[in-house]
Every structure is written in structure tokens, then in C-alpha cells.
Write a protein that binds this ligand. Structure first.
Ligand code: BG6
Length: 462
């Protein structure tokens, strides 16, 4: 069958998920507590309909069925994460053999089904004991992470050839230290900057360990959100530049170029927000850049110059430098409240080509969360044509980027099956498969069938 949007041979068709959002078995298999288990215990009211992370989608017990389903819908790759608190309860010291067995079984099952597992080490889930020591604020936690990374490479690196240190490392900074949507719910920009900085140091140290001992690829997964200015007015352009510095380049530049942007450093310095550093950090960052970059893209950021002065009594925030801009006529995903702007994915790729050495990359997350999806049930299947359109819309721009010489190697949907989404719990459903949260029964949606065809044909008709 001739297809209009044909992708290069070997294109990665798959999806992504994270340990805490899917495994469940929270109190089984010797797992330690992470910040999500703890936060849910003390503030269950923060979670949509009071649903916590104890059971989630039960991947821990159902991984064989899930991997079979992935194979059936044409996955050749899949990104999972390891739960640090499962592998090393408490975050430091003793490695939990039951967890080693579990992850070995999962990895082997993927390989037996010709699905390459990409493994990420940290997806928002800090072991509780380490958070009690200050989490990423504390350099001791950086060392603990590097040891966890070393153990993971040693245990699974013979079979796993694509590793990622962090998923969206800016999110715990925003959620945990600025905007109150992750534990420990601190609002303090100086701490936020320290957390971001130490995360980057942990990342570079893990990259160093990997490169010294293994021959696969290691990277990081970043949520790159193009910051479109309202207009070409210099004040709007400045607002978008500052946003780009804070929310994209704070991690993108050190990960790919090995250094923080000079403009970001001077802005933080001007406002007394620079982090504590140690001798040797600069060289460490410079010498340990990534081999591959995962790009999570959901929505663009649109900004304009600030219209009012910040309240002098409010704490320092990135938002001192810009206002969000609601572009008239923007296309929205009303359920999640996010704008849909497919071309964003192309703009990111062109930016990587022009300014970041055209680093090898892939779309590591893109997806559409929809509330009350049962309303689209027909003969037992969710007819999610909106999701198919969403995926196609983005893939067309990925295709164009490839035609123009950009370097994305694949596309992973968020996510394979409906999963537990942090504070939103099961509010918005993202999966190719729906999950009954009582019985855990999985059912393919229409998008799963579409994806199987697209993967088989290595492309699709517009
Ligand atoms: C990404 C995360 O930010 O977006 C996922 O890597 C998350 O963990 C996904 O679930 C969807 O966002 P949300 O907030 O709707 O769950």
C-alpha cells in the first residue's frame, strides 16, 4: 500500500510510561516508599477523586499481557522507567533482589517480543528517605543517584542499550519548589535553582559513569516547549527569550552543549538566585554531554510582555518576566486545558538542527489526555478519532522535519495504556488501551488499531 507519509526505515514506533504511574504493587516486592506514596498518605485530598499510587495499572503483575499488547499494536520500542525506591529501598545501600528479578523479567520479555526497551532512571519519584535529606537540594543525594545509576547500568546494561537519566527534570523543580504541584510543596526560587543545578550535576555524573563502562547510548528526556511571542515587539521578544531560558535552555544547553546559557546566569545573578557550585562542576558538564535527546511535546507556550509589575511582596518567580498570552483562535484540548499546536514539534526539531548540532533525537512523549472517555464507547471500544487526528497531525510535522534534514528517529505516544497521572490520577486518559480502574481490564481503543497499521506500513495516508 502506497503511503503518503513514509518514515525512514527503522523508525521507532512505540510509547512511554513510568514506573510509579503504572507498576502498582506499591507495598509488594520489597519496594521502599517514594515521595508520591508519602504525599498521598498525608494529603490524599490533593489527588483526583482521592486515587493514589498504590495499585495504578498493575503493570507489576500484568507486564506480560501488556508487552503482548504492545507487540500486537506494532511497538518496536518502548520507554519504561525504573523505580529507584523499588530497586534500592531507601535510595541508598542494599539492592532489592526482587526488584532486580522483576526488571530482568520485564526487559527479557520486551526483547523476546522484539521490542527494544529504553530505560529511564528518574521520573519524578524520589525515594522518601532521600527527600527527607533535602532531595536534590543536597549533593549527597546526587551521589546516591550516581550509585543507583551505576547499579542499574551494571545489572541491566548488557541488554538495555538506550538509557535516560531524567524525564522532564524541570517538572520537579516547578512542581516541588515553585508552583505547589509536587511534594515537598516548597515555594522558593533559590531552592528551585539549586535543585535544577544539582539535578544537572547528577545527570552529568551518571553520563560519565555510563560512558566509562558501557557502549550504548545515554541521554535525557526534556519537555521542550517553544515560547512563541505575541508579536515582534522587542518587549514581547524579550519575554519569550526569558521563558526559553528558564523553561527550555536551563536543561537543554547543559545537556547538549555542556554549559548553561550566559544570559540565564546573569539574570539569576542580578536577582541573587545563583546556586552553590563546586570546583570541577563546569568541566564535568562540559565533558559529559548526551548522545541522544528525548523530546516531550504536548503544547506550546505563548507569552507577552508583563502588563503589571510583580507584587513586591511576592516571592521571586520566573513569571516576573512574562505574562501568558492566549492567542485568539487557538486550538484547544479542552479536557486537559492545553493548546494543540502541531507545528511546535517541527519548530523544536529545526531548533535542534540549527542550534544543537542536529543531535539524534526522538519524540519521547506526545499525547492527548481526555476526561470521561467512556462517552466515546461504541460496541465496547473507545472510538478515539480525536487521538488519531492528534497523532497524525504531529507526525506530519515530524515527517516534514525529517525531509528537511532534522534528526528525529521515532515517535512515542504518551502512553500505552491509561495510567495514573500524579495529582490528576485517572482523570485524563491518554492510552492506546483503556484500563478499567477497578478490574484492571485492558481494552484496545480505535487509536491502537490505527497505530498498528501505521507501524506496519512505516507511515500513513494523510
Ligand atoms: C508528562 C510526564 O509531563 O506528561 C508524564 O512525563 C505525565 O508523567 C504526562 O503523565 C501527562 O501529563 P498529565 O499531567 O496530564 O498527567
Amino acid at each position: 500500500m502506497a503511503v503518503e507519509y513514509k518514515f525512514p526505515e527503522g523508525f521507532w514506533w512505540g510509547s512511554a510510561a513510568s514506573a510509579t504511574q503504572t507498576e502498582g504493587a506499591d507495598k509488594e516486592g520489597g519496594k521502599g516508599k517514594n515521595i508520591w506514596d508519602h504525599w498521598y498518605e498525608i494529603e490524599p485530598n490533593r489527588f483526583f477523586e482521592g486515587v493514589g499510587p498504590e495499585t495504578t495499572s498493575d503493570f507489576y503483575h500484568r507486564y506480560k499481557e501488556d508487552i503482548q499488547n504492545m507487540k500486537e499494536i506494532g511497538h518496536n520500542t518502548f520507554r519504561m522507567s525504573i523505580s529507584w525506591a523499588r530497586l534500592i529501598p531507601g535510595g541508598e545501600g542494599h539492592v532489592n533482589q526482587e526488584a532486580v528479578n522483576f526488571y530482568n523479567n520485564v526487559i527479557d520479555e520486551f526483547l523476546a517480543n522484539d521490542i527494544e526497551p529504553f530505560v529511564n532512571l528518574f521520573h519524578f519519584d524520589m525515594p522518601l528517605e532521600l527527600q527527607e535529606k533535602g532531595g536534590w537540594e543536597n549533593r549527597e543525594v546526587v551521589d546516591a543517584f550516581v550509585e543507583y545509576a551505576r547499579q542499574s547500568f551494571a545489572l541491566f546494561g548488557d541488554r538495555v542499550k538506550k538509557w535516560f537519566t531524567f524525564n522532564e527534570p524541570i517538572v520537579p523543580v516547578e512542581g516541588g519548589y515553585l508552583y505547589d504541584f509536587h511534594y515537598p510543596n516548597i515555594v522558593d526560587a533559590k531552592k528551585a535553582v539549586q535543585v535544577a543545578y544539582n539535578t544537572m550535576i547528577a545527570h552529568a555524573k551518571a553520563v560519565k559513569v555510563y560512558h566509562a563502562s558501557h557502549d550504548g547510548k545515554i541521554g535525557i528526556i526534556l519537555n521542550l516547549t517553544p515560547s512563541y511571542p505575541r508579536s515582534q515587539n522587542p518587549a514581547d521578544l524579550k519575554a519569550s527569550h526569558v521563558c526559553d531560558l528558564f523553561f527550555n535552555r536551563s536543561f537543554l544547553d547543559p545537556a547538549v552543549k555542556g554549559e548553561f546559557p550566559a544570559d540565564l546566569i546573569s539574570l539569576l545573578e542580578e536577582h541573587g538566585q545563583l546556586p552553590n557550585t563546586q570546583a570541577g562542576d563546569k568541566t564535568l558538564l562540559k565533558e559529559n554531554i548526551v548522545d541522544i535527546l528525548g523530546v516531550n511535546y504536548y503544547q506550546p507556550r505563548r507569552v507577552k510582555a508583563k502588563e503589571t509589575l510583580p507584587n513586591p511582596y511576592s516571592p521571586f518567580m520566573p513569571d516576573w518576566f512574562f505574562d501568558n498570552y492566549e492567542m485568539p483562535g487557538r486550538k484547544m484540548n479542552p479536557y486537559r486545558g492545553w493548546e494543540i499546536y502541531e507545528k511546535g514539534v517541527y519548530d523544536i526539531m529545526v531548533n535542534l538542527k540549527d542550534n544543537y548540532g542536529n543531535i539524534e533525537s526522538f519524540i519521547s512523549e506526545n499525547g492527548m489526555g481526555v476526561q470521561n472517555e467512556e462517552r466515546f464507547l461504541k460496541n465496547g471500544r473507545i472510538e478515539d478519532d480525536y487521538r488519531i487526528d492528534f497523532i497524525k497531525g504531529h507526525l506530519k510535522w515530524v515527517h516534514k522535519a525529517i525531509e528537511e534534514g532534522c534528526n528525529p528517529k521515532g515517535y512515542h505516544l504518551w502512553t500505552f495504556m491509561d495510567n495514573w497521572s500524579w495529582m490528576n490520577a485517572y482523570k485524563n486518559r491518554y492510552g492506546f488501551f483503556s484500563v478499567d480502574i477497578e478490574t484492571k481490564e485492558r481494552t484496545a481503543k480505535k487509536s491502537a488499531t490505527w497505530f498498528a497499521e501505521a507501524s506496519k506500513n512505516n507511515g500513513f495516508n494523510g
